[in-house]
Structure formats: structure tokens, C-alpha cells
Ligand binder design. Sequence first.
Ligand code: NAD
Length: 409
Amino acid sequence: MNAYDNALRQLEKAAKLINLDKDVLTRLSSPEKVVMASLPIRMDDGSLQVFQAYRVQYNSARGPYKGGIRFHPQVDLDEVKALAFWMAIKSAVVGIPMGGGKGGVIVDPKSLSEAELEKLSRAWVRAFREVIGPAKDIPAPDVYTTPQIMAWMADEFSKLEGKPSLGVVTGKPLEYGGSLGRGSATAMGGFYVLNQAVEKLGLKINKLKVAIQGFGNAGSIMAQLMHDAGYKVVALADSRAIIYNDKGLDIDKVIAHKEATKSLAGFKGVEEITKEKLFELEVDVLVPAALENQITKENAKDINAKFVVELANGPTTPEADEIMYKNKVIVIPDVLANAGGVTVSYFEWLQNISNNYWTEEEVDKELKERMIPSFEAIWQMAEEKETDLRTASFMVALDRIAQASKVRG
Ligand code: NAD
């Protein structure tokens, strides 16, 4: 299960359905540029360690490359390529004038001290300085990268340029060019599109049970939003534990426990369950918000949820997609469900380059105004073409990328 193979299969499936121009398909079948670097870091104990780093610039037909940087031990080039490709699709799905890129470092950031993490973040910028920039390629946070890391990166880039260059990365802290609403944007976007889908089926939010895999930026904020809106969140998972209580979890208490202990393990009044059981639960909404390839041909048939909301990138394999489509599970795909993140990143970049900052209400209003019409267009396309929402999203996005490529010649 290689994420990039999965991405290319998704591309081919949608390309066939819209009869995508052959040249555009060929261009989209490989990245425009791949840059690799070894980052030598002097560790606190005096030893030297070298970390492998990547930036993939997948497609810029519609604007500068945009996409996060992942710090994770399992990062590999194919994963970064897949994530970069999905970014190009995602920007087009929500109609923002950007392309797709992604970066990564093979590292377990939890094993680094703060000083080592800062050195690594600054080294990443020095290594990729020539290819990134506010008008070229704008990174952002992803798994295990944070607003603090973005602040170090923006600072390093600004020093190298000899002028403030806040628009070089998004997802920065509020004190240093960040946007209000960026921290919650990914979950908020997913929440808006799920609510639209729930309404389409004539269901009531307060009767719906939810399981969420991943309790970081995306997953924990989604849990909070859903809980506050009346959904009953019954199961949550992080990398260390999966907790379940059919009566519903008190999300404020879970968040406090996670903040205090850095883990969901040991939370009182719950059953700890396996990953297999998590995906089989009798819930209405399943939210993968961790990593790729979690829903596969092995477990897709056991999913009882009506909706799968992909806050994670690439959590579902193409085989699993087919099984769920047959079983009438509505998958709200990553390129739509988590596109709130890149949308508010784009707003942050607009604020940085214009040096004019928006209120939280303005950010939220603009986010809603992009997410809901994007959802409606894709829902309509899926109905018209009698296909799943992922394929419909790709069809809408590929058409937009093809049009830009065509006028550019
Ligand atoms: P994060 O680092 O804040 O959190 C990741 C979470 O996943 C943590 O709770 C971690 O414990 C959990 N996790 C890791 N391995 C796991 C496993 N094997 N089983 C269960 N849980 C596991 O990262 P994030 O920003 O929340 O990103 C999560 C997903 O959302 C990724 O796929 C990312 O690409 C995607 N995403 C994030 C954003 C964003 O703005 N943060 C935007 C779009 C997409």
C-alpha cells in the first residue's frame, strides 16, 4: 500500500471519467520538481546526526506550490509525492489560486529536545531556501510540526532574505503573522461539510455517534466541535491508546487529560479497545484524523458508519473506497474534508502579503463561504455522474487544473 500508487489510481479513475486531456494527465503523473537534502544537526550530547529531508513541488498550474511539512519517522519520498499531489487537487477543489507541494523529514520529533528541533527546523529552511518563498512555494504545518516550528522557519527565511518575509510559511503563531482561526480551520472545514451531508440525508445531529482516530490538531478540535454541536463522540484514538464509552466521552476532560499526560491512555471510565474494534463500532460518523492507509480492503467491509470524514490525508485505499461505495458509506474525501486547513493558510498568506489582518469572524465567514459551495458542487457532480465524492472532487479539480494548463499553453 504505497500512498503514491493510491494517488495515481485515483487520478486515473477520475481522468477517464472526464476524458482529461492526455498532456495534462501525463504532466500530473509525476511531480514538477523533487528536492532532497541531508540535514546535519549537532545534537545536545555533542554527536552529529544527519536527517533526510524532502520538498516535492507537484504542480503549479494554478499558482505557487502550497503544502505542509511532516516530521515523522515513517516519512518517505513516495508519501511526500502523494501528499503533494493531493495538495494540488485540494487547492483546486476549494478554488484557491495555488498549486500543490509537500515536505518532510525522517525524524521522530518526540525524541528531540526543543533546541534540537529548532536547529532541524532552521536547517530545513536553509536547505530549501532557493525553492521556497512567498511567491514560489509556501509550506505549513502537518503531522508533528507546529506553529512554533513555523515561527522558526519564517524567522530563518527572513534572516536569509534580509527582510521580513512572513508569507513564506503559514500556520504561524498569532504573535508572528499567524491568522486567527488557522488552528481550528482543518476541523472547522470538515465540520461544515459533514453537517451539509447530514442535512442532505435528513438526519439530526444530536442522534449521531462518532469515532475519531487521531487526537492532534485536526482530531481533537473536530472532537470538540462535534461534541459542542450535539454529536455524541464515543471513541477516540491517539498513537498510544483507543478509548471508548458508548454513553459518550466528556471531551473537555479528555483534552485536559491529554494535555496533562500527553496521551489518551489511562483516561478513567472508558474501555480501551483495539484498532480493529474502532473501525467496526456501531457509529454514524467515523473520522480518520491520523495517517494514511488506515481503511483498507481488510477492514472496509466492517465499517458500519454512514459517513467517513477524512480529516487525515489518504486514510483510505482505492480498494476500500470501492467496498464502502458498494456498502453505501458516504466518504467525504480528504481533498474536500480537510481543505479548511489550506483555505485558511491561503487567508493567512493574503494577510501577510497585504499586512492587513482579519478578525476571527471574517476568517470564519470566508471559510464557510468556500467550504459549503465546494461541497455542494461536488455533491451535485457525484449525483450527476453517479460516482463517489472522491471521484467527483477529482473531476472538479482536474477540470480546473486542465483549464489553467490550457490557457498557459
Ligand atoms: P498532529 O501531529 O497534530 O496529530 C496527529 C495525531 O495522530 C496524534 O494524536 C497522534 O497521536 C495520532 N496518531 C499517530 N499515529 C497514530 C496511529 N497509528 N493511530 C492512531 N493515532 C495516531 O497532526 P494533525 O495536524 O492533526 O494531522 C493529522 C492528519 O490530518 C494528517 O493526515 C494530516 O496530513 C492531516 N491534515 C492536517 C491539517 C492541519 O491543518 N493540521 C490539514 C490537512 C490535513
